[in-house]
Design a protein around this ligand. Structure first.
Ligand code: IMP
Ligand code: MG
Length: 173
């Protein structure tokens, strides 16, 4: 690895929290036409684990976004790099994010998906950095609140690297 990474959340701690979120989602979405929207790329690992922790019939779709260049500051511009493959009218949609930082990405996605008349639209994020919020966004299901540090691993990248680390750590150049 180009920089050392100091551990913040172990794979065991993440797995335990994912299991709890899965149980909560199972209770809340039982009997509903349920779609998990994995917000690419960062949430691919979390969404894969979360989906397997929810003991219900559900569908999965993917939405590609990009808000960072190769730095550690959001550009503030949210690009859609890949749209959903199917309509979401009358579907109970859960947006699954890796991290809510400024909130700009999730706010943009909520606005975009609302125009498509889903039955409901909620947000599940593994991480939240409240100190960096630029816009208030509802997080209906949250894994962990963290300090204002740039984190990598478990899907989260820096310049596209570190996504395959099995734990979450802080980049220490
Ligand atoms: P926001 O639009 O500022 O809320 O940022 C959302 C996106 O920025 C997330 O989905 C991540 O892909 C990325 N991001 C924000 N903070 C971090 C971080 O600490 N590490 C890696 N990616 C981050
Ligand atoms: Mg990212």
């Amino acid at each position: 690895m180009p920089f050392p990474v100091s551990p913040l959340l172990s794979k065991e701690a993440i797995a335990e929290r994912v299991k709890e979120l899965g149980a909560q989602l199972r209770a809340d979405y039982e009997g509903k036409n349920f779609l998990i929207v994995c917000v690419l790329k960062g949430s691919f690992v979390f969404a894969a684990d979360l989906a397997r922790a929810i003991d219900l019939p559900l569908r999965i779709d993917f939405l590609g976004t990009r808000s960072y260049g190769d730095g550690t500051e959001s550009s503030g511009v949210v690009q859609i790099t890949q749209d959903l493959s199917r309509p979401i009218e009358d579907v109970h949609v859960l947006l699954v994010e890796d991290i809510v930082d400024s909130g700009l990405t999730i706010a943009h996605l909520i606005k975009l998906l609302r125009t498509r008349s889903p039955a409901s639209l909620k947000v599940c994020s593994l991480l939240h950095k409240p100190s960096r919020a630029k816009i208030e966004v509802p997080i209906d299901y949250l894994g962990f609140t963290i300090e204002d540090r740039f984190v990598v691993g478990y899907g989260l990248d820096h310049a596209e690297l570190y996504r395959n680390l099995p734990f979450i750590g802080v980049l220490t150049p």
